[in-house]
Design a protein around this ligand. Sequence first.
Ligand code: GLA
Length: 412
Amino acid sequence: MNVQIRLINMRQKFEEIFGCQPATVVRAPGRVNLIGEHTDYNDGYVLPVAIDRSILMAADPRPDRQVVLHALDFDQRAEFSLDDIRHDDQYPWSNYQRGVAFFLQERGFELPGMNAVISGDIPIGSGLSSSAAVEVAAAYAWQVLSGFSLSRVELALLCQQAENEFVGMKCGIMDQFISALGQRDHALLIDCRTLEHELVRLGAIAQRGSVTPVFATIVVCDTMKRRGLVDSEYNARRRECEEGVRLLRKHLPEVKALRDVSPAQFERYQQDLPDVVRRRCRHIVYENERVLQSVEALKGDDLATFGRLMNESHVSLRDDYQVSCRELNVMAEAAWQVEGVYGSRLTGAGFGGCTVSLVAGDAVDRFRARVAAEYQAATGVEPQIYVCAVEDGVGEASNGIRRLKLRRPLRA
Ligand code: GLA
């Protein structure tokens, strides 16, 4: 649904529930990772984009210390006090806001209580980072209401901390980072060790309002399979990568993370690694190379190379990192058969969720029809297929007339 229509709905709902207009409505986007999967927690490189699917959070300060949250998509209300923030099992969706509030206060920021209404169009569990968007929206809403100063990088780190330590998912930095720092019509190359980042213009990939011909489009295909194993398997992959570092350090004592291992070094010492650890390491070492090569390809508008690297990434995730599943493989392989497809791969953690494909502008209709038919024939499930526009990171979607009156700048 168009973001303007969603905004009007949010404002109406807020007024119905709380009897006034919100001081602000914040929009935080989901993401699609073009390439660089499972590299973030290995100190490596990733290349995500922020997309036109987002979480909206309408918020207004309260004079007391209560936080009252209405999740429109679940039709549920959760409430907690800023003086006693605990994990909530009854309304697990509220743990993201609780975690963010907890760590903002731990950093010394004085938060006001808050009334909020939350709604999103990022399918939950689809691997498009709805949880990171929820965290980033909450942190940004409190920033708008309180006026504290936190850079976008710090905001992303704080949200990651909330997810790691409060929610309990040991994710890397990619999802929160792109939701906070993404930019319209650009991908973001992130060095997940130093957090240095570079916007890469999408050039030959579709840009809104572009007067030049549209060469290629980012298309997301949702398998509709929700990630099941993701927490346990994700943590297992992290441990296997750490084991790889431990073993490689016998030969290469300077190595701190798999990011530090070059392909030549890997080839030299790989025979000393047990089979599973060797596969995990091979994926990470070459995936980092692929990210850097794909950035060069993008800068040169070389979509054929970019697409080939995407396909190689999928094969490596399927065979070496082993985070794919039948549904993701059927979807990617169906895409590979369609004329006009540069590349296609699973995106996000894996075990379900979505693929991302780069499709020539004039092949999108054919792509939709062929991939949907083939996927449905193989699995019996109708996929969701959408063309993605690349959007800005978090920001205020609109602010209310009451804002200036109520906003009290509070500093840490
Ligand atoms: C999830 C995590 C990210 C990243 C990806 C895999 O989305 O939240 O930090 O590790 O999986 O690339």
